[in-house]
Design a protein around this ligand. Structure first.
Ligand SMILES: [Fe+2]
Ligand SMILES: [Fe+2]
Length: 330
């Protein structure tokens, strides 16, 4: 007869192990080293990263839709080729990010299911419509511009696979921003109607792009922990300020007006003074009541269903290949 294991000893031992693992994790974070998939990590860190990286991946994929509708309507072959490449880049960003999230123990299927069931969030900016060609300019300039401000510090995120994915993504995002700027510049050098179309588009996208940085610091409960874990490096408001500082001189070159009569540099406070952001709108869109929320999800769901035969064929092909290899070995 075997004796029952001493459970108290086992428990005490694993508590010690956890404390040692936590200490090793903290030391890596303190030393600005990277946490890799094989490393021990606190559950909260893992969950936070899964949520953030998968939301980021979903945003890239849903973000293909507002611009995708303009591929067939782009005003020239050159514009079409550029827009097509840009939208393909966003698909690539989504794929790198899904792969980074998979290293944390969630599957691609689970993430896709969460998105198409409406359980996962993605950036609210993609729930706005794109009625004019100038929106391709404003999205590149403002939306990709805000994405760069948000994402450049993420290249130093403490989780290795995320930080490394962001390096490549940021290189492509800066091209995206330039192509948007160039579309707006061309329109602003065109006819009165083209200039009006560019200004109207900037008027519609400016405030939602400022909201991309998330709620003000005092109402952003998760930020402090993410900063301590060195996933996030700057606060929402710091990043928003940096973005405005980047836009102001560029707006001047373009000849567009940023739609905020209160916008000015406050020398005493060393920050940009702006009008109050309409956070009610932000929360409405976040809650699924934006102009395009239902259409975006419906489109994504339909694309997933239409693609079922491709996934089935890929699985069948992989099975056949495995069987062939098995027969060859036998
Ligand atoms: Fe992207
Ligand atoms: Fe982009």
């Amino acid at each position: 007869m075997t004796t029952a294991p001493d459970l108290t000893a086992v428990t005490a031992g694993s508590a010690d192990d956890t404390a040692a693992e936590q200490a090793a994790f903290d030391a890596l974070i303190d030393a600005e080293q990277r946490i890799e998939p094989r490393d021990w990590m606190p559950e909260g860190y893992r969950k936070t990263l899964i949520r953030q990286i998968s939301q980021h991946a979903h945003s890239e994929i849903i973000g293909m839709q507002p611009e995708g509708t303009w591929i067939t309507r782009a005003p020239s072959l050159k514009r079409k080729a550029i827009l097509l490449a840009k939208v393909q880049d966003e698909a690539g960003h989504g794929l790198y990010l899904y792969s980074a999230a998979q290293t944390l123990g969630i599957t691609r299927d689970e993430m896709t299911q969460q998105l198409i069931d409406g359980r996962a969030k993605y950036s609210s900016i993609f729930n706005y419509p794109t009625p004019t060609w100038a929106d391709m300019g404003a999205i590149g300039w403002l939306v990709d511009g805000a994405a760069i401000c948000n994402q450049v510090p993420l290249c130093r995120a403490s989780y290795g696979p995320y930080g490394r994915a962001m390096v490549r993504i940021c290189k492509e995002e800066s091209f995206h921003q330039r192509q948007g700027f160039e579309i707006l510049l061309t329109l602003m050098q065109g006819t009165a109607a083209q200039r009006a179309m560019a200004q109207d588009s900037v008027d519609r996208w400016y405030w939602p792009s400022l909201m991309m940085f998330g709620p003000p610091d005092e109402s952003s409960p998760n930020s402090a922990q993410s900063m301590a874990w060195k996933i996030k490096r700057f606060s929402n408001d710091e990043l928003r300020q940096r973005f405005i500082g980047m836009l102001v001189p560029q707006a001047e070159i373009l000849g567009v007006t940023l739609p905020d009569p209160e916008l000015r540099w406050d020398e005493a406070a060393q920050r940009w003074h702006t009008s109050e952001i309409d956070w009610t709108e932000f929360h409405e869109v976040l809650a699924g009541r934006g102009p395009m929320n239902a259409a975006r999800l419906q489109h994504r769901r339909a694309a997933h269903e239409d693609g079922a035969w491709v996934r089935e064929a890929a699985v069948a092909y992989a099975r056949r290949q495995a069987e062939k290899t098995e027969r060859a070995v036998a």
